[in-house]
Design a protein around this ligand. Structure first.
Ligand code: AMP
Ligand code: MG
Length: 421
């Protein structure tokens, strides 16, 4: 089993740019999970731990892409209609194929094999919609190209080629691809076992009575969903009080059974923020002050040998930090590629001022208008306003060097769908 480098989150310098953070994570986080074999029906969202190679050509043999008539192209008159006798019939899956001599047409169906023959067999299929049938004769209009509607052996996948790569996360079509090359199961990375806590004396379980000064714990549910979406096995360990001894005991107890510990809240610099001191006492802690808004600081460290991520308390900062830092860490720990998610160019529907030298993410909703997609900003944008995330489709990513954005300019938009599943 691969080990984490000792003190994997060590960093220097005051404010760290996102690219720098991603580079450091890529260098220091290695895969920790073992491999396991799963049936294809359980493979969705898992990270592939092997290259999948095809033992067969797909399709295995030349076949028809349509319902119609298979012909030798050389028999067709390019200038006028051609009449050919229908001498045979081939359906999908049929094994014994009729002869298909020159000068004849074969009634054929989608997926049915094209017969080979002395002259190479029929090489072109006329769609039935483009033919007329008169008794046993098919009348073919001029103009079809040689090879039309005929699929070649191996045109989809060549025997011996790698169809799925180690490190990729399996989507629906990838699972189908594994089946298409004959796999019943695939080797994937085991799910990362993540311990999850929220912290704060003000937090209550949803459903409990809210006395003065209390709020419901929402972050733990957001983070639980984000972790599950990435394929982690989450151990929900509840709410920790703002007391050093309690935090320390809970984190210490979580160490042995998990690959990663995640908390929210309690990592700012106030004296009621005990997570920092607890992790320092149990291992190592680094406060990464990222040059971002929202979302700093984030605490990264180790409880014993288990990596630790202390997310902020503010619900919006939680999500943004998760997507930027925790997601790549998790994918890497599970042996996955962490190629940055795709952003898309859209028009900004708002003016915005920002500080130089920090990256900012603005919650936005996409509106489809006459000039294409426009990103509209949510009116209230504090880091604690969870409803602004609910109303958003994603984040507009504003680069470090920008200080002023004017409505109408093109910006990078990161859809939540790119990063939350
Ligand atoms: P903290 O970082 O612990 O000082 O928390 C910053 C802000 O986020 C405070 O307003 C907290 O009440 C709020 N907060 C912290 N944890 C949660 C949580 N689990 N759910 C909702 N809000 C939270
Ligand atoms: Mg707190």
């Amino acid at each position: 089993m691969a080990q984490l480098t000792d003190d994997c989150f060590a960093q220097g310098g005051p404010l760290m740019r996102v690219e720098e953070a991603r580079r450091l994570l890529a260098e220091s986080i290695t895969a920790v999970t073992e491999r396991e074999t799963v049936p294809l029906t359980e493979a969705l969202g898992r990270i592939l731990a092997e290259d999948v190679t095809s033992p067969v050509n797909i399709p295995p043999a030349p076949n028809s892409a349509v319902d119609g008539y298979a012909v030798h192209h050389a028999d067709l008159d390019p200038a006028q209609e051609t009449r050919l006798p229908i001498t045979g019939r081939i359906t999908a899956g049929q094994q014994n194929l009729p002869d298909a001599p020159r000068g004849s047409a074969i009634r054929i169906f989608t997926g049915a094999r094209l017969p080979a023959g002395e002259n190479g067999g029929p090489d072109t299929v006329m769609m039935q919609e483009d033919c007329e049938v008169e008794g046993d004769t098919v009348v073919i209009r001029p103009g079809i190209k040689k090879g039309a509607n005929a699929r070649k052996a191996g045109e989809d996948v060549e025997q011996g080629s790698v169809v799925l790569h180690k490190g990729q996360r399996l989507r629906a079509q990838d699972v189908g691809q594994a089946a298409a090359v004959g796999r019943q199961q695939v080797v994937v990375s085991q799910r990362l076992r993540v311990a999850l806590f929220s912290t704060g004396d003000e937090l209550r379980e949803p459903g409990a009575v809210l006395e003065d000064g209390a709020i419901y714990d929402s972050n733990r549910y957001t983070i639980h969903a984000l972790l599950s979406g990435l394929g982690c096995r989450v151990d929900d360990l509840g709410i920790l009080p703002d007391r050093l001894d309690a935090v320390r005991a809970a984190l210490g107890a979580a160490e042995g059974k998990h690959d990663l510990i995640v908390t929210s809240g309690g990592v700012s610099v106030g004296e009621e923020d005990h997570v920092k001191s607890a992790v320092e006492a149990l291992g190592k802690l680094h406060l990464w002050r990222l040059a971002v808004k929202p979302g700093r600081p984030i605490a990264l460290g180790q409880v014993g040998r288990v990596p630790f991520v202390g997310l902020p308390g503010n619900p919006v900062a939680v999500v943004v930090t998760f997507l930027n830092v925790v997601r790549p860490v998790i994918l890497r720990m599970m042996g996955g590629d962490d190629t940055p998610p795709h952003t898309f160019r859209v028009r900004a529907g708002f003016d915005h001022k920002k500080k130089i030298d920090r990256r900012e993410w603005v919650r936005a909703r996409l509106v489809d208008g006459t000039s294409g997609l426009t990103a509209e900003k949510f009116a209230r944008d504090g880091a604690g306003i969870l409803s602004s995330l609910v109303a958003a489709d994603g984040l507009v990513e504003l680069p470090e060097d920008l200080t002023r954005l004017e409505a109408g300019a093109m910006v990078d938009f990161l859809p939540f769908s790119e990063v939350t599943q």
